[in-house]
Write a new protein. Structure first.
Length: 148
């Protein structure tokens, strides 16, 4: 019988298999992380695009209002020019009118623009902000928190 010597290839093979397995797991985790980051970036880009489209729409509406004569009623003009917007006006006293525009952005977010129109038809921006629907949430909808 021949005398075989153990050359140690089994240990090296086991180490190589474990190394390949670890690299495969890290590759899968990296791929999953990159895919999730891409999806998040695409959602962020879409919401940013929608927000700036709403801002552009608000700027168009304000530009159209700035061309109105002092005797023209802005609410009637806006009903024709911007039927997709929530519009109301309120007397602010002294011949001034507060105009409220609500422009839908996405997912319930609304761009709220409030303008103060003076008697000479000049416009002053009072409010310009994005409003999320959860700020109007009823306090009864909140989660119970342990007060300990």
């Amino acid at each position: 019988m021949k005398n075989h010597r153990f050359s140690g290839t089994g240990g090296i093979l086991l180490l190589a298999v474990l190394l390949v397995l670890c690299l495969s797991v890290f590759a899968a985790l990296t791929y999953t992380s990159a895919r999730n980051d891409l999806a998040l970036s695409e959602r962020h880009a879409a919401s940013t695009k929608a927000y700036y489209a709403a801002e552009s729409r608000a700027a168009e509406i304000i530009a159209s209002l700035s061309h109105l004569a002092p005797s023209e009623h802005p609410e009637a003009h806006l009903a024709d020019f911007a039927p997709d917007c929530e519009i109301w006006q309120m007397d602010a006293g002294g011949g001034r009118v507060l105009l409220h525009l609500g422009i839908h952005v996405e997912n319930g977010v609304t761009l709220v623009v409030e303008l103060l129109r003076s008697a000479d038809a000049s416009l002053e921006t009072v409010v310009w902000r994005a409003v999320s629907p959860d700020i109007y949430a009823d306090e009864g909808d909140s989660l119970p928190v342990w007060q300990g």
